[in-house]
Design a protein around this ligand. Structure first.
Ligand code: AMP
Ligand code: MG
Length: 345
């Protein structure tokens, strides 16, 4: 968790310097922070209705956390997992939407993105004090339980069932993105025109900065300590989401084991990429795609992103090469010269 804090503060720091420096005096602002969705969430909202809007948004985040957290015993996700192989569980529209969208990304990526990775996530327990390398037999068992086609949706009753016992879903790769979109929607409904939403590094901006200029979003340098960035993306009214091997990991015998799992091997994804960033209109897509492309790797990941209209990406490889989609050439800048810009593929 500590790790997430630093990236979060970097992004906020840069953005807030630029933000406050241009804030109109008469425009009130409210910043609130909370620990939700397993991370630090921070909302900065401008305008007369800021206080009320922020409070409403925080309530929404807390409600989604209660529904989707795999570690809360009474969450909808926990209920689905407990009833695996047994029964359908009726869920809220929020959970139904996120699971349905997850299955779309599973199909699109041929299973590289798969929320039924739950049993393996639990075995590795990365990011907790129980993190460890599972035995080859455990990995085999976990792999046998991964299959997004075993998530059965009943559209009429908004119910969900996992086909086999011990299967489990984990929405860690997509829930923050969905929530960030809901927060944006709520703020806009409350009349907010300018806001900066940060759900543990899942960034969504509402409008432009107060002076009308674009936001500058710092992107974490995957090879440096938390808080150091290697590039800046200029955006307006967009979502910026990163995935990387630096977010949650442990080191054993000099090797780093991180939290994004390759659904084919059961081990942390290791295909040359160390960070992916997705810039998109909706954060649910950005969040799903940052994880998906990380697992797919450079070539397949780039191909997938280029095939989706309105979505841009920045990928970083182990050897410090930076690849971007063609639409990003004017809005992304490398700030650390150790990185080599390779353009699109
Ligand atoms: P993110 O930080 O958005 O890239 O999501 C990583 C989180 O998603 C992990 O901590 C796991 O909870 C979950 N996860 C890991 N590997 C996968 C995968 N291949 N597909 C879907 N979710 C995953
Ligand atoms: Mg993700």
């Amino acid at each position: 968790m500590k790790k997430k804090y630093t990236l979060f503060f970097t992004i906020i720091f840069i953005s807030s310097i630029l933000f406050t420096s241009c804030a109109k005096k008469e425009e009130p602002s409210v910043t609130k922070e909370n620990y939700l969705l397993g991370t630090i969430v921070q909302l900065t909202v401008y305008g007369k209705n800021a206080e009320k809007a922020v409070n409403k948004a925080m309530d929404i985040i807390s409600d989604i956390d209660d529904k989707m957290s795999p570690s809360k015993e009474n969450s909808e996700v926990s209920k689905i997992n407990k009833n695996a192989g047994k029964a359908f569980v009726k869920v809220s529209d929020d959970t139904f939407t996120v699971i349905k969208k997850s299955l779309e990304y599973s199909k699109l990526s041929n299973g590289a993105f798969d929320i039924t990775v739950g049993p393996l996530v639990n075995m590795w327990a990365i990011g907790t004090d129980k993190a460890r390398i599972p035995s080859p037999q455990e990995i085999k068992t976990g792999l046998n339980l991964i299959n997004y086609k075993d998530v059965i949706l009943d559209e009429n009753t908004k119910s969900i069932k996992l086909r086999k016992p011990n299967e489990a879903i984990d929405l860690g790769a997509i829930a923050k993105g969905y929530t960030a979109d809901k927060v944006k929607e709520t703020l806009i409904k409350e009349g907010v025109k300018t806001a900066f939403i940060n759900l543990g590094g899942n960034i969504v901006t509402v409008g432009n900065k107060l002076d009308g200029s674009l936001w500058n979003i710092a992107i974490q340098d995957p090879l440096k300590i938390r808080g150091e960035y290697f590039g800046i993306a200029k955006v307006s009214h967009k979502s910026v989401v990163s995935s990387g091997n630096y977010e949650r990991y442990f080191i054993k015998n000099g090797k780093r084991y991180h939290h994004i799992l390759d659904t084919k091997t059961g081990y942390p994804s290791d295909n040359g990429l160390i960070a992916t960033t997705i810039i998109s209109d909706n954060s649910i897509d950005g969040d799903a795609l940052s994880t998906t492309t990380y697992v797919l790797g450079l070539d397949k990941g780039m191909k997938l992103v280029e095939s989706i209209k309105g979505v841009e990406a920045v990928f970083v490889t182990k050897d410090k090469k930076v690849y971007t989609t063609s639409g990003l050439k004017d809005s992304f800048k490398i700030t650390n010269e150790e990185y080599i810009y390779e353009k699109g593929r």
